[in-house]
Design a protein around this ligand. Structure first.
Ligand SMILES: O=C(O)CCC(=O)C(=O)O
Length: 295
């Protein structure tokens, strides 16, 4: 099966793109879970979240898309087909959606909070700002480390990517560059950047094949079902495949850390300030920044 990431075509099962492995068999053994995270830079846990709650959260997002004329109403609404000509919608920080009881009951569920209490061995918090994406036809997310967007607090901060609905290979699922959490040269340069301080565009590359040829690793993805989650550290390079369908790929990414560790102040509180200077003034292109860093 041929899939796309940006301009690159990738064969699933080939050298550059393969499938993620789940960690469900390790779930009762926290030492093994830590070893897996150290080895792979991510954990895929199938069915961690309650499916019905995920479906209810999806419905809230679909209602918002409908209210904004983004759904093709000639198609069954729950499939989420984009209205002709409509693109994706980034709903990060849109509290009318992300702070509904339905949405919070997924991203702040007992299941996910308990997982992190065990994983981090103490009381945990989750950032108030929630990232939510309805990725439209033709769209994808470029490859990046999360640390460049949210690295002002603890580096022991974890992202949870939660699909809100079925995500097939052609709908632009999350894709991880497995091995990238050990790319020391990239971590020491790009990984020290802060988009609001440095005004550099955030995605490290739009050329996934070149990335593997230069640094190694392998892009890996999967199909996802309601209830599945991916958990990853902030130095794990990831993005998404292109959405080749006419349906929205709906997912949320949320953040978790120990309560006792420093937090990135942009993402907490009643009305988090979020990115406040990233696109102000002249922006340095990633190409230019990478030349300066020598990576
Ligand atoms: O869902 C996507 O397209 C990107 C997700 C992401 O960047 C993240 O989980 O940090």
């Amino acid at each position: 099966m041929k899939l796309m990431m940006g301009q690159d075509e990738l064969e699933l099962g080939g050298k550059y793109l393969s499938t993620l492995r789940d960690a469900n068999d390790l779930i009762d053994d926290m030492d093994a879970i830590h070893r897996r995270m150290d080895e792979d830079g991510y954990l895929l846990i199938r069915g961690l979240q309650n499916t019905e709650k995920v479906k209810a959260a999806r419905q809230v997002v679909l209602d918002n898309l409908k209210a904004n004329d983004q759904l093709d109403l000639d198609q069954p609404a729950d499939i989420g087909v984009a209205a002709p000509g409509k693109k994706g919608r980034f709903l990060g920080g849109a509290k009318q959606v992300t702070h509904t009881p339905e949405f919070l009951s997924v991203v702040e569920s007992p299941e996910i909070m308990k997982f992190f209490e065990g994983f981090l061995d103490g009381p945990v918090l989750t950032y108030d700002y929630k990232w939510l994406r309805a990725v439209g036809p033709g769209d994808n997310t470029g490859a990046h480390y999360d640390v460049v967007y949210m690295g002002r607090g603890t580096k022991s901060l974890y992202t949870v990517w939660t699909p809100l609905g079925e995500v097939s290979y052609d709908m632009g699922p999350l894709v991880i560059l497995v091995g990238s959490h050990q790319f020391d040269a990239v971590k020491e340069t790009y990984g020290k950047m802060d988009v609001d301080r440095d005004h550099v565009t955030g995605h490290f590359t739009n050329e996934p094949i070149d990335m593997v040829n230069q640094y190694g690793g392998q892009w890996q993805t999967s199909e996802f079902h309601p209830g599945d989650v991916i958990i990853m550290g902030i130095y794990t390079m990831h993005g998404s495949l292109n959405n080749l369908t006419n349906r929205y790929r709906i997912s949320t990414d949320t953040r978790y850390q120990l309560e006792t560790e420093p937090v990135d102040e942009r993402w907490i509180g009643q009305d988090p300030i979020a990115h406040y200077a990233w696109t102000e003034g002249a922006t340095v292109s990633m190409e230019e920044a990478r030349k300066q860093w020598g990576v």
